[in-house]
Write a protein that binds this ligand. Structure first.
Ligand SMILES: Nc1ncnc2c1ncn2[C@@H]1O[C@H](COP(=O)(O)OP(=O)(O)OP(=O)(O)O)[C@@H](O)[C@H]1O
Length: 266
């Protein structure tokens, strides 16, 4: 489904600020696989998602999605195939627009004429059904402006928006990190429900090591622009956070350094 071959990304090449953020990354993610990504500070996790989404061009390597070479495709073209949720709940939604307007934009992403023809009754019904699955009562508030929602409600809506057009790939960049622990748990549960419903191939960056092991079916660990660990199957099932930290030290030769890392569940 997603294939990265020798992907290399260097920021500010040739200057004193040169930074190799991704070093010959090769990764194959199968259809329906849910991969959590962890790593030390500045390991290249966000850059990896940005390169897949087309935010940054790469100097070397290839990105293939569903058999197509998308390496040179611009971000807005890839957006029709790739759903994305960021850490900041304000980033994925338009505050001054209503819930149904936000969902309509998301549903028509990558198609011409966006909001031009208004929202149809069939679309409204579809939005209600999807919102009801969140269990937050938002299906009764279709015409509420999104700016009036709480951070958790807004992030749950963003996950719905990122997935309503059933993307080929879902990218989650620490999407629960800015929420309080209880809300973070709720949003993660909703995310898992939506992923399972559509069997979405997903990459999720997290600082929560417990969450990384519990969510999805594969965990990769990055360090200094490289993938240094790739766990799945029974090996992953038997891995604890303490094991993970030890594995990291063995593979990288240094202690796991992350200012925001959460070692226990929240
Ligand atoms: N736009 C940019 N311009 C220059 N350097 C950048 C840019 N984005 C990231 N970098 C650098 O590339 C390296 C990888 O950054 P990235 O944000 O991908 O790491 P990360 O694993 O997501 O880190 P963190 O967990 O600390 O957010 C870092 O050294 C970072 O400073």
């Amino acid at each position: 489904m997603l294939r990265l071959v020798n992907v290399t990304k260097t920021f500010n090449p040739g200057s004193v600020n040169e930074k190799a953020a991704l070093r010959e990354i090769t990764l194959h993610v199968k259809q329906g696989e849910v991969v959590t990504i962890i790593g030390s500070n500045g390991a290249g996790k966000s850059t990896l998602l940005n390169v897949i989404a087309g935010v940054y061009e790469i100097e070397a390597g290839k990105v293939l999605l569903d058999g197509q070479d998308i390496t040179r495709w611009p971000e807005h073209i890839r957006a029709a195939w790739i759903g994305r949720v960021f850490q900041d709940p304000l980033r994925g939604t338009a505050a001054s627009m209503t819930i149904e307007e936000n969902l309509a934009l998301a549903l028509r992403r990558g198609r011409p004429r966006r909001l031009h023809r208004g929202i149809t009754p069939a679309e409204r019904q579809l939005f209600k059904e999807h919102l009801a699955l969140l269990g937050l009562g938002l299906e009764e508030r279709l015409t509420t402006r999104v700016g009036l929602l709480s951070g958790g409600q807004r992030q749950a809506l963003t996950v719905l928006m990122a997935t309503i057009a059933t993307p080929k790939l879902l990218l989650l960049d620490e999407h629960t990190a800015a929420l309080d622990p209880r809300t973070a748990r709720t949003v993660l549960e909703l995310t898992e429900k939506i992923i399972a419903r559509h069997q979405l191939t997903t990459l999720m960056v997290t600082h929560n090591l417990e969450q990384a092991l519990r969510t999805g079916n594969r965990t990769i660990m990055m360090h200094e622009g490289r993938i240094i660990l790739d766990l799945s199957g029974p090996q992953r099932a038997g891995t604890t956070v303490a094991d993970l930290l030890k594995m990291f030290e063995q593979a990288s030769g240094s202690a796991f350094a992350d200012d925001r890392v959460l070692l226990t569940g929240s």
